[in-house]
Write a protein that binds this ligand. Sequence first.
Ligand code: GFB
Length: 316
Amino acid sequence: MLPSRPVTKNQTIYVAGHRGLAGSAIVRELEGQGYTRVIKRTRAELDLRDRAAVQRFFGEVKPEVVVVAAAKVGGIQANNDFPVEFLLENLAIQNNLIESAYEHDTAKLLFLGSSCIYPKFAPQPIPESALLTGVLEPTNEAYALAKITGIRLCQAYAREYGRNFINAMPTNLYGPGDNFDLNSSHVLPALLRKVHEAKTSGASEVGVWGTGTPRREFLHVDDLASACRFLLENYDSPEIINVGCGEDVSIRELAEQICTVVGFKGRLAFDATKPDGTPRKLLDVAKLNALGWRPRISLQEGLEKTYAWYCAQPAR
Ligand code: GFB
C-alpha cells in the first residue's frame, strides 16, 4: 500500500487527453493555479491504445499523479453508430493507463467517468448510489459499459492494492475546444453551429434532433476543471462522486436559449426520427457540494463565452 498524501503543486501530473475538451481545461486550471510540472503527450507521441507504449512511457516518466481525461467521446449519433469503437478504444485507453499507473507507483489517479453510466430510468436527481441498479440507455450503452469498467478497475486497485484511484462522474460538458462536427458532436456545440449557420445564411428554420423534451444538465468545462483540481487536492475515496451544476433544461429550452445568444429569430424544426436518448440526466451533486465545491459559470454566461470562442476560430 502507498501512503495517501494530498496532491501538491510541485508533483508531476500527467494529464492524459490534454487536447480534448476536458483535458485541455484541466491543464489550463492546473497551470493557472501554479502546478508547474504538468506532463502532456500528443496522440502522435503516445498512442494510449498501445499497451507497450503506455508502459514504456510510465517507466520513463513515472508520473506522481495521473488524470485520465483521454477517451473516445461523441454525441448520441456517434455513440449509436459506432459501439465497437466506443467500447474497444475506451477499454484499451483506460486499462493501459490505470494498470501502468499501478505498476509504476503513481500516488493518485483521477478517472473521469460520465453521467451516462447511470440507468436510463434512474431517480432524478441521480445519486451516486444509482450505479448498476438498472438497464442502461441503449444509444450509449457501449460507452457507459467501458466507463463502468474503468470505475470498477480503479475501485479494485483501491481495495486489493490500497491505491488512491478516485472516480469523478461529470455531467454533459461544453466549452472552448469542443467538437463542432455535426455528425459526432454533442447537442450544445451542434446547436450553436447550426443556429449560427442559419443566421448567417438567412435560413428561416433550424433542425433539432428528437422531440425536444429530453432534459440535460450542462456544465462549463472550466467548472469541471476546477472540480477536478478540488478533488485532486481534497478527495481520497474510491467511491464515485458526481460533478454537475445541479440544474437541467429541456433540449427545446436549450435551443431557444442558443437562438437568443446567437440572435437568430427563425423557428425550430424538431426531427422526431432522430433518437431522444435518456429522458433525463440530472446529477445529484449534494456530495460534492457538501465538500465545499460549487460551479461558477451559469449556462447563459457559458453559452455566450462558448459562442464568442466559436466565432473567433480561424476557420470561421
Ligand atoms: O448531447 P447528445 O448528443 O447526447 O444529445 P446525450 C442530447 C439530446 O439532444 C438528445 C438532442 O435528445 C438529442 O437527440 N439533439 C437535438 C441533438 N439536436 C441535436 C443535434 O444537432 N446534435 C446532437 N448530438 N443532439 C451523450 C452520450 O448522450 O452524452 C455520450 O451519447 C456521453 O456517451 C454524453 O455520455 C455526455 O446526452 O443523449
